[in-house]
Design a binder for this molecule. Sequence first.
Ligand SMILES: Nc1ncnc2c1ncn2[C@@H]1O[C@H](COP(=O)(O)OP(=O)(O)O)[C@@H](O)[C@H]1O
Ligand SMILES: [Mg+2]
Length: 233
Amino acid sequence: MAHPNGHAVELHHVSKVYRQGAIPVRALDGVSLRVPAGAFVAIMGASGSGKSTLLHIAAGLTTPDAGDVSLFGQALQRLSDDELTRFRRERVGLIFQTFNLLPTMTALENVGLPLLIQGKPLAHIRPRALALLDAVGLSDRRDHRPDELSGGQQQRVAIARALVHDAPLLLADEPTGNLDSRAGKDVLGLIRDLARQHARTVILVTHAPDAAAIADSVVHLADGRLVDGLTGQ
Ligand SMILES: Nc1ncnc2c1ncn2[C@@H]1O[C@H](COP(=O)(O)OP(=O)(O)O)[C@@H](O)[C@H]1O
Ligand SMILES: [Mg+2]
């Protein structure tokens, strides 16, 4: 995707402190990270190291306490809440460990949801959702609801949903965490192949060393700090 500075994601000295409990938790501590457009980056780190916080900040779902976040050259703090919501819906596809499918909707309806939310006409949504279900090998499960699908199949539906609206940035938070090793491998291969095919930028948060092995580069988080990798500036 063409844009002025060639970076899909730029975090500059980003910090986040959670103050809900008696003791404030510094989840991110001055993280700077640049992800070139089209790159596939894995983020690894122990539980509690700040991986999900980093991903949510990159998605514009969480606002940092300090620092700057830009996606495709757009500084997120310059956007109003409404603009940020629209920007996120258009630019970001999210994949979660727990799939997050709507239980009352069929696989096809779940995949089409991002387009429905964008107000696209049904005549556009249906063929597009079917094409993505086909791409993840689940055309024959289009009318199944999530509880009628295996974990691996549910995650494939979630991958189709994350890609259906052509968002240039794909963010995945431990997408294989609830899958057995075979289904996990399938899901990772699918994310890699589809991301390549559709020229998406991917940030994958993971524990799995084999997941990190399919990435172009790996960065490590420890106690809210990046310990190596693409630390820009
Ligand atoms: N909403 C929240 N409120 C308070 N503390 C939080 C919240 N989310 C995360 N934390 C804390 O921030 C730290 C980093 O969490 P997280 O980003 O979820 O790490 P990871 O995804 O690497 O396990 C942890 O110590 C966690 O307990
Ligand atoms: Mg997490």
